[in-house]
Design a protein around this ligand. Structure first.
Ligand SMILES: [Mg+2]
Length: 182
């Protein structure tokens, strides 16, 4: 199967590092992210948050560890013959640091697609993805509405009602188990 895999919050444990760095910069003490739109959580404008990320990109993208079980999970999906296409909201000018991070943790990749905050649905169609692993509920809903089933990696910021076509998985082990049963 051709599987789309998100990076931040799915492959990379980005939010753990980002909360720490953002708390320091914006002088806050937020430990659990309840909203995926971080600028709202920190009560700053989208532009201000975007500037912070642009200025600290190297640091913010290189520091995170992989999500628990992500590397092993991805390796086992590839070993079973699945094809992995990473689809991230990051922009193309973040490609070099993104691939360097993948290399650093020896996460296997052939294709990494950068949406630059645009819809992942078009890319999912273009790449003829048959399933998508995502952590952002809005993306999960849009992708599943387009007819591509989604496995939603559980997180504090994606709680709530699930729509048809989305299955919540508590961790990568469950993702691999679910895929084994398909
Ligand atoms: Mg994500």
């Amino acid at each position: 199967m051709r599987i789309g895999v998100d990076i931040d919050g799915v492959t990379s444990d980005s939010y753990t590092v980002w909360l720490r760095e953002l708390n320091q910069y914006f002088n806050k003490n937020i430990s659990i992210l309840e909203d995926y739109d971080i600028h709202l959580v920190y009560d700053v404008s989208w532009d201000e948050m975007n500037d912070f990320f642009k200025q600290n990109m190297e640091h913010l993208f290189m520091l995170p560890q992989p999500m628990k079980g992500a590397k092993q999970g991805i390796e086992s999906l590839i070993a079973q013959g699945h094809e992995i296409i990473y689809v991230t909201a990051r922009s193309a000018d973040e490609e070099e640091v993104t691939l360097r991070w993948m290399d650093k943790y020896k996460i296997p990749y052939d294709n990494v697609v950068f949406s630059d905050f645009k819809s992942k649905v078009d890319l999912a169609r273009q790449w003829q993805l048959e399933l998508f692993i995502e952590d952002y509920m809005k993306n999960a809903e849009a992708i599943s509405e387009s007819g591509i089933p989604v496995l939603l990696l559980n997180a504090s910021y994606n709680q709530g009602e699930m729509t048809k076509g989305i299955k919540r998985c508590r961790d990568w082990m469950e993702i691999v188990n679910v895929l084994n049963r398909i």
